[in-house]
Design a protein around this ligand. Structure first.
Ligand SMILES: [Zn+2]
Length: 340
């Protein structure tokens, strides 16, 4: 497809166009958060290096080599991941891959090794180091890493690092429309872009997770309806919901903070621009007009109740106590009857 077909990361694309024109003995390290597109770019880089008819923009996409890469059968592109059921790449497996890669390529002029460096323990990194110190002229390393603090300093000093940045709202729009479905509304895209911090892989996994939108609606509706709720709703129904979803608590509490923040924005300005739940702006504005006694101080106290719950969960306090405490405190702050 060529580098220009990939969205965003313009600086990296320009560097890669130069590097792939003469990749001999090149060692690259792609860094950036999980889901940012490091693997997609690594494959495109490998394709450009191995292409038989390379263009200024990268791979031609028509030659046999490009077709093998698309089919996943190119013998000179080796991707190293842990074998199934294992947390890390086994040193014996990596040793074999490197030994094999150091001999001549099978059909192309180069051999490309894409290694998931997040899954390498120090013994594997030391093994790579030996090869990185004197890579054969035909060998190109592309290491993928979302946490460089896990890598040995000696590895970092021997590679060219390309750091992937979060995508802009417009870039996310084009990626999500292409890969997540053309029927996604603008509002939903801007919500997903904000929630995923501009990381396409994260936004796409949220689109494909049928539970996520349901959870999001649940938390949003909880905050919108809390003024009308009684103690049974809170201490039984809502508590049970949180208890059942303990493994997703970070996500749920972030959604809660967002919804409270949106209410604060709508109290501060009649028609706020910076609503995070952008597809639910009308409901937020209605909440503010129906609950006019709720002030910015109430919202700030409610947000504090959520962050206190997060803090309490780190010090081993009883989940039941802190969760119910949070719900009651938010209720007290948003409840018109109590405030009047
Ligand atoms: Zn080609």
């Amino acid at each position: 497809m060529g580098f220009n077909q990939l969205t965003g990361q313009e600086t990296i694309k320009n560097r890669l166009k130069d590097i792939t024109a003469d990749p001999s003995a090149c060692s690259l390290l792609f860094t950036g958060p999980e889901g940012i597109g490091k693997h997609l770019f690594a494959r495109e880089t490998a394709k450009a290096i191995l292409c038989e008819n390379r263009k200024a923009d990268g791979a031609c996409c028509e030659c046999a080599s490009c077709k093998y890469i698309d089919a996943g059968t190119h013998p000179d592109l080796i991707e190293v991941e842990p074998t199934e059921g294992r947390k890390n790449i086994r040193i014996a497996d990596l040793r074999e891959v490197i030994r094999d890669a150091e001999v001549k390529p099978q059909i192309a002029s180069h051999k490309v090794l894409i290694i998931n460096a997040d899954k390498t323990a120090p013994d594997c990194q030391n093994l790579m180091l030996k090869s990185l110190e004197e890579p054969g002229a035909h060998l190109v390393y592309i290491l993928l890493c979302s946490d460089t603090s896990r890598l040995l300093g000696t590895i970092l000093s021997r590679v060219t690092e390309l750091n992937f940045r979060e995508y802009t709202a417009d870039q996310m729009k084009s990626i999500l429309r292409e890969k997540g479905g053309a029927d996604l509304s603008d509002d939903k895209i801007s919500f997903l872009t904000a929630f995923s911090s501009g990381i396409p892989g994260k936004a796409l996994s949220l689109i494909n997770d049928p539970d996520f939108m349901e959870e999001r609606d649940h938390i949003f509706n909880l905050v919108m309806n809390i003024p009308k709720m009684g103690y049974t709703d809170l201490l039984y129904d809502e508590f049970t919901y949180f208890d059942k979803n303990r493994d997703k608590m970070d996500e749920l509490l972030l959604l809660m903070i967002w919804t409270l923040g949106d209410i604060a924005s709508a109290i501060a300005v009649p028609d706020p621009e910076n609503i995070k739940n952008s597809d639910k702006k009308r409901e937020i504005i209605r909440f503010v007009s129906e609950n006019s006694a709720v002030t910015l101080i109430n919202i700030s106290n409610a947000e504090k109740a959520v962050t206190d719950f997060i803090d309490a969960s780190h010090v081993n306090t009883s989940f039941e106590t802190s969760c119910c405490n949070m719900l009651l405190r938010i209720h007290k702050e948003l409840c018109y009857e109590k405030n009047s």
